[in-house]
Unconditional design. Structure first.
Length: 258
């Protein structure tokens, strides 16, 4: 039977949940110039006609002949790698035969930096942009210039495509749409399918009235944990996303759109 203390706690909790939901409602735009990355570097080796991604999870080893090669455990199921010249390499990723991501990675003439020009067609609206990397270590003698260890420093999208996330309140939960996925999830700790995909699930926790924590899983394994915190004035939101497979973290600030 409910007593007064229980009722007070219930109404405080319910009010906090509703307030948190209202704080998040709306569309938020990632500010690309606030992106920061931490964690282990990316490590590649291109030698003797084969591309090895040493830090991919799981690792990737495919021939550099420009044809589609099957891979598993990734958002894409085939990868094509083509060496364009001694400083540039083209990557094409496909899912069910459809291209989802293409990029050309070009090492600078002094071998100290690398630029990735990418096209992501997995979103509702195609995303194009550039990413900048700094070299941390050279590859072995005789390997392609892209070989070695790289640290991502910047990412810039050509348009706002891929930078928008919309939150909408539902009963004891949220509907979240980010351009590629749209899903409804409740503050009950349970795993919910991401956009109807039973292999990919999402759960959310209400930390306090300003903060929500989201956990993304693939086949029951935790992939990423993201914490979103809305500022007291409601104009901005800090996002910290941790990749549990690679022990890396990405943080950025998003601004509420009018």
């Amino acid at each position: 039977m409910w007593n007064c203390r229980a009722l007070v706690f219930f109404f405080l909790l319910t009010g906090s949940a509703l307030l948190a939901q209202s704080r998040f409602n709306g569309t938020w735009e990632m500010k690309m110039d606030t992106l920061q990355f931490s964690g282990p570097p990316e490590e590649y080796l291109l030698v003797k006609g084969t591309y090895h991604c040493e830090t991919c999870v799981p690792k990737v080893d495919v021939e550099t002949d420009g044809t589609d090669h099957k891979v598993s455990g990734h958002p894409y199921d085939t990868l094509a790698v083509r060496i364009l010249d001694n400083h540039s390499v083209k990557f094409t990723m496909k899912k069910d035969g459809k291209t989802t991501f293409e990029c050309i990675e070009t090492v600078s003439s002094d071998d100290r930096s690398m630029t990735e020009e990418f096209t992501n067609t997995e979103e509702v609206e195609t995303v194009t942009g550039k990413a900048g990397f700094t070299r941390l270590a050279q590859g072995p003698p005789g390997s392609h210039a892209l070989s070695g260890k790289w640290s991502m420093q910047t990412v810039k999208n050509a348009t706002s495509a891929g930078t928008l996330t919309t939150y909408q309140s539902i009963a004891n939960g949220m509907k979240i749409s980010d351009g590629s996925l749209s899903y409804e999830v409740k503050f009950d700790g349970n795993d919910y399918p991401a956009d109807g995909d039973a292999h990919a699930t999402v759960s959310i926790k209400l930390i306090d009235e300003y903060t929500i924590e989201e956990t993304d899983k693939q086949d029951g394994k935790v992939m990423t944990v993201a914490r979103m915190t809305v500022s007291k004035d409601g104009k901005s939101m800090r996002v910290e996303s941790s990749d549990k497979r690679r022990s890396s973290t990405m943080t950025y600030t998003a601004e509420r759109r009018p």
